[in-house]
Design a protein around this ligand. Structure first.
Ligand code: DAH
Length: 350
């Protein structure tokens, strides 16, 4: 039996030696069965143990076990090499990282960024500078300082995303301990931040993201972008406001664009208006008037709150949605296209 066991080990070594070409997985499985399967050579030797004289059994048993271990080790090593080969095959040919990258062409502005930048550029030409404010705001800047009463529906948790009271933002200090952090619902908060930082005259444009608890559909998104304008000086009139809006929309959408004011209510302006646009020359515009934003003359209460004398200073403010304007300009009928990052959509604006 010892000879047979030696012969089995020798043949297994020859079959699975590292320098012998690897068998296929099927060949490997067949070979494995030949050695250690239920009808394999080693199993046959073990079955013979019963007829071995008692005194020879311990030594022979040890030898069989050792041979089994050795053969199993050879099988394991071969299987590992076969698996490594299969993995290499599934990974495809090796990559040469020194080759130049495939030419995917230059990127381009997202349509919302393009419109946002264009609006800021148009306004910079007439003396506005870009101002910024945090997207996580406090109730003071988003509502209180804008003269918005505590029971105004915009403050409702159904309209506004509030943050848990346990959160703290070191770089957005609260004015009072009991006020809440929220995601700003409009960029009008930047008006207050700007006025508190300096003295008139002020002429700022502030584009940025805003958040509302809206259910997403073709014309609503819980996160969208606005652009806010504030002008504070002596003797500012509604005529100045109207002239600026006409200049802005004509520059962006073309000379045939018209604006109209409809009386409205905003707590931070008095009088207040909604702004409508007429732009029939644009493709896909089939309505005469399209609501585009809100505006008005800064309310004296807002000036008083930031420490400006309302008897000396006057000003106008307006705010509008950037998505709405981009949809008009490009003839897009679903706001969700802006956020899907579908290259087939984005490449049209390259
Ligand atoms: N904050 C308003 C909104 O989000 C828009 C707005 C209206 C901004 C009147 C203004 C304003 O500056 O004066 O709907």
């Amino acid at each position: 039996m010892q000879h047979t066991l030696d012969a089995i080990l020798t043949s297994a070594r020859a079959e699975f030696a590292a320098d012998v070409p690897l068998p296929s997985r099927a060949e490997f499985e067949a070979a494995k069965a030949r050695y250690v399967g239920p009808n394999g050579q080693l199993t046959a030797q073990m079955k013979k143990m019963g007829s071995v004289p008692k005194e020879e059994r311990p030594a022979l048993g040890k030898l069989i076990n050792q041979t089994k271990l050795d053969v199993q080790q050879l099988l394991d090593a071969a299987l590992a090499r076969i698996e490594a080969g299969e993995l290499r095959a599934s990974l495809g040919p090796p990559i040469d990282p020194t080759l130049p990258a495939p030419d995917i062409g230059p990127g381009s502005y997202h349509p919302l960024s393009a419109v946002r930048e264009e609006l800021s550029r148009i306004l910079r030409k007439v003396g506005f500078t870009v101002a910024d404010g945090p997207e996580v705001e406090t109730e003071y800047y988003c509502f209180d300082a804008l003269n918005t009463p505590a029971d105004h529906p915009a403050r409702d948790t159904q309209d506004t995303f509030y943050l848990p009271s346990s959160v703290r933002f070191a770089n957005v200090p609260k004015k009072t301990e009991h006020e809440h952090y929220l995601l700003r619902t409009h960029t009008s908060s930047v008006q207050i931040r700007t006025m508190l930082k300096g003295q008139p005259p002020i002429r700022i444009v502030s584009p940025g993201r805003v958040y509302r608890r809206d259910t997403t559909d073709a014309t609503h998104s819980a996160n969208f972008q606005q652009l806010e304008c504030l002008y504070v000086d002596k003797n500012v009139t509604i005529a100045d406001l109207k002239a600026l809006l006409d200049y802005l929309f004509e520059s962006l959408l073309g000379k045939d664009t018209k604006t109209r004011f409809r009386p409205h209510y905003f707590s931070y302006t008095e009088p207040s208006f909604e702004v409508d646009l007429s732009a029939r020359h644009l493709p896909k515009v089939n309505k005469e008037w399209i609501e585009i934003g809100g505006c008005g003359m800064v309310d004296p209460a807002v000036f008083a709150d930031v420490g400006y004398d309302p008897e000396v200073w006057s000003g106008y403010a307006f705010g509008m949605g950037i998505e709405r304007l981009a949809m008009l300009l490009y003839g897009i009928d679903d706001i969700r296209y802006f956020y899907q990052n579908d290259l087939r959509f984005l490449r049209q604006f390259a």
